[in-house]
Design a protein around this ligand. Structure first.
Ligand SMILES: CC(C)(COP(=O)(O)OP(=O)(O)OC[C@H]1O[C@@H](n2cnc3c(N)ncnc32)[C@H](O)[C@@H]1OP(=O)(O)O)[C@@H](O)C(=O)NCCC(=O)NCCS
Length: 112
């Protein structure tokens, strides 16, 4: 997780961007979800983060599922120019987000 301002000009200083990449042999064991939840908790409770965002290709269903299981919800779909074609890029990208108040609510009710 990195400050959004490190990746995007004009991003709010209390916003953080979540990302993950695991080696293939580790896929499907819940590690990305577990790691994401732990980072989100740390960000909200220790680092003064107020909003967590994450982006992925629309076709990356595993990544989208991790975002959902970590409590993020879909904000928007969009297209960004790529310097070279990637399979599925015609369907664009998606942005998910979670703010601290919603995370606290989910945490209280045991949803994340
Ligand atoms: C995306 C990635 C991090 C997921 O890691 P992971 O540890 O396997 O994720 P988890 O096990 O925590 O959860 C994966 C979820 O996606 C689901 N899933 C996996 N492949 C899927 C598919 N093709 N369609 C729908 N759901 C899928 C799993 O069933 C699981 O959901 P469930 O617990 O409800 O069953 C891993 O696949 C990866 O590193 N991919 C390459 C890099 C990448 O795509 N990074 C994201 C770029 S933004």
């Amino acid at each position: 997780m990195v400050p959004s301002s490190a990746a995007r000009e004009g991003a709010s200083p209390d916003e953080a961007e979540l990302g993950y990449r695991l080696r293939k042999s580790a896929w499907g064991k819940g590690y990305a979800t577990e790691g994401s939840r732990a980072l989100i908790r740390k960000g909200f409770t220790e680092f003064g983060v107020r909003r967590v965002v994450a982006e992925t290709m629309a076709v990356n269903l595993a990544s989208r599922r991790v975002m959902e299981k970590a409590g993020l919800t879909l904000v928007r779909s969009f297209h960004r120019p790529w310097p070279y074609p990637i399979e599925g890029d015609d369907l664009g990208d998606v942005e998910y987000a979670l703010n601290r108040a919603d995370w606290e609510r989910q945490d209280r009710t045991g949803h994340c």
